[in-house]
Design a protein around this ligand. Structure first.
Ligand SMILES: Cc1ncc(COP(=O)(O)O)c(C=O)c1O
Length: 239
């Protein structure tokens, strides 16, 4: 982070904010409390607003629980008194209702002048779509014990979670069994982030074609299997 900040400043960029995605797209990582504390301290030291995208907070498959940046900052008291914007959405998680378009952001410790501008901007917008708002309400306040839909909601979300976890494990094991490929188990989100080490022969071949090795790999993969991959970023969506 320090290196990225220095490089940006040296290029003349006025760096205002740090954006994190936790659990991570595309890494499938889930930050520990200690990592979040370090990120928050870094923001405080460098006067950065923290933008924390937490749309995958219910996509957790490992032992490490999701912890929001806001919670960690509050627990750090004075040490963590930075401005935070937390984002959440109905697009991911176990709901996955991306077509309904709903989500929210929550400002923590935000400068009151900035908040006034955000309210002003929101107040001149038209109404957000109703199904999206209903979905956000359901996500934030799911059926409670004793309510008619409680059992069904529990069953359906448990099944969706188990299906996502099963596929994450299956893909990770497939990667682990491949030569020159390593891949961490998915801790969260909907992604695996394999590392692929290219043999010298491919590097030579790419130089001969005057192309980057990962571009050659991605195009060869596409032609041989029909699998589309992002060039420069081998990021496999487990969905
Ligand atoms: C990190 C992250 N944030 C947000 C979104 C999408 O959010 P929305 O559909 O609410 O715009 C995605 C979708 O891929 C995502 O990966």
């Amino acid at each position: 982070l320090a290196r990225a900040l220095d490089e940006a400043k040296n290029k003349g960029t006025d760096v205002r904010a740090l954006c994190i995605i936790n659990p991570g797209n595309p890494t499938g990582n889930c930050f520990s409390k200690e990592t979040l504390q370090q990120i928050i301290s870094f923001c405080k030291k460098n006067h950065l607003i923290l933008l924390s995208d937490e749309v995958y907070q219910t996509n957790i498959y490992g032992d490490r629980p999701f912890i929001s940046a806001r919670k960690v900052a509050i627990e750090m008291e004075g040490e963590g008194d930075i401005e935070i914007v937390s984002f959440h959405s109905i697009s991911k998680g176990l709901i996955g209702e991306c077509g309904h378009r709903g989500g929210y952001y929550e400002c923590h410790n935000m400068d009151s002048f900035v908040l006034d501008q955000l309210y002003k901007q929101s107040s001149i917008c038209l109404c957000a779509n109703i199904p999206g708002q209903v979905m956000v309400g359901l996500m934030c306040d799911p059926p409670r014990i004793g309510e008619a839909s409680y059992e069904r909601h529990q069953k359906e979300t448990a099944e969706i979670w188990a299906s996502l976890k099963r596929r994450a494990d299956k893909m990770q094991m497939a990667f682990a069994g491949m030569i020159d490929v390593t891949c961490n188990a998915a801790a969260g989100a909907m992604y695996l982030f394999p590392r692929i080490r290219f043999p010298p022969k491919l590097l030579t071949h790419a130089r001969f074609l005057s192309k980057e090795a990962d571009e050659v790999y991605a195009m060869d993969l596409l032609n041989a299997t029909g699998i589309v991959n992002l060039i420069n970023q081998i990021d496999i969506d487990i969905l």
